[in-house]
Design a protein around this ligand. Structure first.
Ligand code: FES
Ligand code: FES
Length: 167
């Protein structure tokens, strides 16, 4: 099969390589770049585990081909920490016990980050609506909602807006 050159920045590092046109972005991240924080729960766009940011837009990376991300900038949950410090949403998920097995957590955090970037001060209903595309088998969602609200009330939403989502 033909292979196509792709070049993209992922979590601040530029990667180049050749891929089959059918390769999904999530598999490129995990299998080619070994960035395994982004998980695969379904491969069909249902669970949200694979959520990443592509050029400022939240996407399910199992619904995007790697070639579609060519020239783009991808941020994964793996790239959110800075200088060994957890991102505020990561910290909040930890403090609010918003995870059990953790499989859904990277996608939850990326979806929550996208929400706070656009709505710095959401209410519980907005959080639930924003996370409706992200499934969790473990937590019952209550603590996930609490974690996002806590991060928002700590100012993470406003900070995300100021940063333009760069972090
Ligand atoms: S793995 Fe992408 S939505 Fe489930
Ligand atoms: S914490 Fe296990 S699936 Fe969400």
């Amino acid at each position: 099969m033909n292979r196509i050159s792709v070049k993209m920045n992922v979590d601040g590092t530029t990667y180049e390589g050749e891929v089959e046109p059918r390769l999904l972005l999530v598999h490129y991240l995990r299998d080619r770049l070994n960035l395994t924080c982004t998980t695969v729960g379904c491969d069909t766009g249902n669970c949200g585990a694979c959520t990443v940011d592509l050029d400022g837009v939240s996407v399910k990376s199992c619904l995007v081909l790697a070639v579609q991300a060519d020239g783009g900038e991808v941020t994964t949950a793996q790239g959110l920490a800075r200088d060994g410090e957890c991102h505020p949403l990561q910290r909040s998920f930890h403090e609010q016990h918003a995870l059990q097995c953790g499989y859904c957590t990277p996608g939850m955090i990326m979806a929550a980050r996208d929400l706070l970037r656009h709505h710095p001060d959401p209410g519980p209903r907005e959080v639930r609506h924003a996370l409706a595309g992200n499934l969790c088998r473990c937590t019952g969602y209550q603590n996930i909602v609490k974690a996002v609200l806590a991060a928002a009330s700590d100012g993470e939403g406003a900070a995300s807006t100021r940063r333009g989502g760069a972090q």
